[in-house]
Design a binder for this molecule. Structure first.
Ligand code: ISJ
Length: 388
C-alpha cells in the first residue's frame, strides 16, 4: 500500500493544525481515501448532522449519547492544502488525552479475581480489557502505512476529531454493513481467539464465548422483525491470531443508526448479559475505554460500513525527556467465562497488541519506549505536535 505525497502532506497539515480528518481503506481494497472537514462555529465535529452527507464516524464505547463525532467528506487532500495556504486555523484541542500509565498486571489480576466468582455462579461472559502505553518517535503517517500494509482484510483508519483526539486502527470485526437498495444488512459474530499457527481444534470455552455473541446478534435482529440468515461457523485469520466467526445477514425495514446503537456493544467486546458485563467493566477496569470497542466507519451514498473499533491506538503529541514524538495507548481485551485461565487471557491481550506494538517500534525496534520509564515526570502531552 502506498500513500502519495499530496495525501501525506494533507494528513500532516491536519495533525499540525488539529483539523478533523480521516484517512481510511475499506476491507478488500488498498485504496486510501482522505477527507477533512474543519470544525465550524459550534466547535463540534459534524458527522451525523443529517442523514445524507457522506462521512466518517467514530463512537465511544460508553455509547449513551445521540451525538457521534466524525468527519464530513467535504475537502479532499488538494482542497485542504489549498485552504491551509489561504488561511490560518485555530481548531479546538482534543477533549480527551491518552493515559500516561499502563494497566498493571496486578490490576488485571484484581479485576479477573472479582469477575470469576460471579461468572461461576451466574454463567455468561465479561470482556476484560487493558491498555499498554508506548511512546514512539515515529510519525503517525509512517506508523499507519506500515500497519495498514500488513493486511487488506480489515477496515483501516487514522482520524482526528476534537471529541476523540487522534485514533487509528485495523479492525477485523464488522458491526453492520447496509445496502439501502436491497434493504439488507450484514454483520458478524467474531469471538474466540488463538494464535494463527495453533492448529488444534477449538475448545468448548471458545465455542461457548462465540455462541453467546452469535445468539445475541441473531436475537436482536429477529426482535426488530427482520428476516435473518445465519451462516455456518468459520475461522477467520488476522495476522498473528485467528477467531471463530458466524456471518449473519438480515432483510427488512431497517433504521441502520438505531440498529448500530442496539447492537453495540455486542457480547464480543462487552459481555453477556450486557448490563452485568458493563457494570463489571466500569467497576473493575482501571482505564476508560474511550473509542476502543465502540464503532467506527463510513457512510457512503446512504450506505453504512461500520466496524467494531479493535486493534486500535489512541495517540497524542508528546515530549518524552527532550525527544518529541507521540504517546500511544493500545487496547485489547478478551472474553472471560467461568473456566477462563487468567494467564491465558493476559497472554491473549499481549497477542492482540503484539503487531501494533512492533509497528510503533519501527523495523529496528529503536523508535519506542514502553514501561515504567514513562511517567508524569518524564512526559508532557502537547496540544499540537512540534511542527514537521
Ligand atoms: C476485545 C477484542 O476482541 C474481541 C474479543 C475476542 C475474544 O474474546 O476472543 C475476539 C475477537 C473480538 O471480538 C480485542 O481485540 O480487544
Amino acid at each position: 500500500m502506498k500513500i502519495d505525497e499530496l495525501t501525506r502532506d494533507a494528513v500532516n497539515a491536519c495533525l499540525n493544525r488539529r483539523i478533523p480528518f480521516v484517512l481510511y481503506a475499506l476491507p478488500g481494497t488498498d485504496r486510501l481515501v482522505f477527507y477533512a472537514s474543519p470544525v465550524g462555529e459550534t466547535g463540534m465535529s459534524p458527522a451525523f448532522v443529517d442523514d445524507l452527507t457522506d462521512c466518517f464516524f467514530i463512537n465511544f464505547f460508553d455509547n449513551d449519547e445521540a451525538y457521534t463525532p466524525g468527519v464530513k467528506f467535504s475537502l479532499d487532500a488538494e482542497a485542504l492544502l489549498q485552504l491551509c495556504k489561504a488561511r490560518s486555523f485555530c481548531q479546538p484541542c482534543a477533549e480527551i488525552r491518552p493515559r500516561i500509565s499502563a494497566t498493571f498486571r496486578a490490576s488485571y489480576h484484581e479485576a479477573f479475581s472479582r469477575i470469576i466468582p460471579r461468572l461461576k455462579s451466574d454463567g455468561g461472559k465479561t470482556v476484560l480489557s487493558r491498555h499498554r502505553t508506548v511512546f514512539t518517535k515515529r510519525l503517525p503517517v509512517d506508523i499507519v502505512m506500515d500497519y495498514f500494509s500488513l493486511t487488506d482484510s480489515t477496515f483501516r483508519y487514522l482520524c482526528y476529531t476534537p471529541e476523540t483526539g487522534i485514533w487509528f486502527g485495523s479492525t477485523p470485526e464488522l458491526l453492520l454493513e447496509s445496502d439501502a437498495k436491497s434493504r439488507e444488512v450484514r454483520t458478524m459474530a467474531l469471538a474466540g481467539t488463538r494464535r494463527s499457527d495453533d492448529d488444534a481444534s477449538w475448545d468448548e470455552k471458545n465455542l461457548y464465548e462465540q455462541s453467546i455473541v452469535a445468539d445475541f446478534i441473531a436475537e436482536t435482529l429477529k426482535k426488530e422483525g427482520l428476516d435473518v440468515t445465519i451462516d455456518d461457523l468459520s475461522e477467520r485469520r488476522f495476522l498473528n491470531i485467528k477467531h471463530l466467526c458466524t456471518e449473519i445477514s438480515a432483510r427488512g425495514d431497517i433504521d441502520v443508526v438505531d440498529l448500530m446503537q442496539e447492537l453495540s456493544p455486542t457480547p464480543a467486546v462487552a459481555g453477556y448479559p450486557r448490563d452485568e458485563a458493563l457494570e463489571e467493566i466500569s467497576r473493575y477496569e482501571t482505564h476508560r475505554r474511550n473509542c476502543y470497542g465502540g464503532y467506527v466507519g463510513v457512510r457512503i451514498d446512504g450506505n453504512y460500513h461500520s466496524y467494531v473499533n479493535l486493534r486500535c491506538c489512541f495517540m497524542a503529541p508528546a515530549v518524552f525527556g527532550k525527544t518529541s514524538g507521540w504517546l500511544c495507548n493500545l487496547y485489547a481485551g478478551g472474553g472471560i467465562v467461568a473456566d477462563s485461565i487468567e494467564e491465558d487471557e493476559w497472554n491473549e491481550t499481549n497477542a492482540k497488541t503484539e503487531v501494533l506494538a512492533k509497528v510503533l517500534s519501527g523495523a529496528d525496534g529503536s523508535f519506542a519506549v514502553e514501561g515504567t520509564m514513562i511517567n508524569s515526570g518524564s512526559i508532557e502531552i502537547l496540544d499540537a505536535p512540534m511542527v514537521y
